[in-house]
Design a protein around this ligand. Structure first.
Ligand code: GLN
Length: 249
C-alpha cells in the first residue's frame, strides 16, 4: 500500500535533522511491503483535502517559525480538513508550537498558530535542554516509554482537559512543571522530542505508521513485528541518560 506524507516546510523546519523521522517511517513501511511517498508542502503550496495520509512538520528556531507562521495560518483549513478526515499528524517542537493557538517569543512578539492543538506557548528566559523520558498510554492499559532530546525556550500550557502525549519521567516536557509532555488529538500528535524522535522509539514509529494507514483502511492495522535490537539499545541508552539527570526538573 502507498502511504502519502505531506512534509510541511522541510526547507525551514528541520532542526536536529528532524527529517530523519521520515527516513525511519519510509524504511519501516518498506519492511512491511508499503511504500512511503513524501511530498514537500512549503510556503505557497496548498494542503489538498484527502491528499495525505500523514502530515509531518519538524522543529525550528523562532526565526524560521516566523518565516512560515502566516503561511501555515493560510493552510489552516486544509490541515484541519486533513486531520478531521482521518489523516495522522506528527509535529515536533517549533512545528508543535505553531499547531497550537499561538507562540509568544522571548521579545514579546506573537506568532499566530492554527489552533489544531488546544494549547498556547510563551517563551521563558531559560532554555529547557536535555534528554527526556516519557511514559505514554496511547492505548488504554498499554504503557510504553518514549526517549528523546528537548531544546526549547517555549513553555507550553495545555488547556484544561487536553490530552498530553505523555507524562514526564525525566526532563522538562511542555513547561518544566506540569509534568506533561506533548499533546494528542486523535491521530494528531505534537511533541518537543527532537533527535530525531523515531529511530530510538520504534513502537512509536509504528504507531504513527499505523495511524497513517488507518486513514486508508478505516482502522489502524497491526503491523508485523520487526527485530529492533539496535533500536531497543538506542532507546535504552537514551532512557538511561535521561534518568541519570534525575527526575522531573
Ligand atoms: N523556538 C522554539 C523555542 O525555543 C522552538 C525551538 C525548537 O524547535 N528547537 O521554544
Amino acid at each position: 500500500m502507498k502511504i502519502v506524507v505531506g512534509h510541511l516546510y522541510p526547507d525551514y523546519l528541520n532542526i536536529y535533522a528532524d527529517r530523519g523521522n521520515i527516513a525511519v517511517l519510509a524504511r519501516r513501511a518498506a519492511w512491511r511491503g508499503h511504500e512511503l511517498e513524501v511530498h514537500t508542502v512549503s510556503v505557497g503550496d496548498p494542503v489538498e483535502p484527502g491528499a495525505h495520509d500523514l502530515l509531518y512538520v519538524g522543529g525550528g528556531q523562532d526565526r524560521e517559525q516566523a518565516l512560515v507562521a502566516e503561511d501555515l495560518v493560510a493552510k489552516s483549513d486544509g490541515v484541519r480538513a486533513a486531520v478531521d478526515g482521518g489523516a495522522a499528524l506528527l509535529a515536533v517542537c517549533g512545528g508543535y508550537q505553531l499547531m497550537g493557538r499561538s507562540y509568544r517569543d522571548f521579545h514579546g512578539g506573537d506568532l499566530p498558530g492554527i489552533g489544531l492543538f488546544p494549547l498556547e506557548t510563551v517563551a521563558g528566559e531559560t532554555r529547557m535542554i536535555g534528554d527526556v523520558l516519557l511514559e505514554c498510554e496511547l492505548e488504554p492499559g498499554v504503557v510504553r516509554t518514549l526517549a528523546g532530546f528537548e531544546n526549547h525556550a517555549g513553555r507550553t500550557r495545555l488547556d484544561a482537559g487536553a490530552e498530553a502525549l505523555g507524562r514526564v519521567v525525566a526532563g522538562f516536557g511542555n513547561d518544566g512543571d506540569s509534568g506533561f509532555e506533548g499533546c494528542r488529538v486523535g491521530r494528531a500528535v505534537g511533541t518537543y522530542l527532537h533527535g530525531p524522535l523515531l529511530p530510538r522509539n520504534p513502537w512509536f514509529a509504528d504507531w504513527v505508521l499505523a495511524q497513517a494507514l488507518a486513514h486508508r483502511l478505516g482502522e489502524a492495522p497491526v503491523l508485523d513485528p520487526l527485530g529492533d535490537e539496535l533500536e531497543q539499545q538506542a532507546h535504552a541508552v537514551s532512557a538511561l541518560r535521561a534518568r541519570s539527570r534525575g527526575g522531573k526538573r
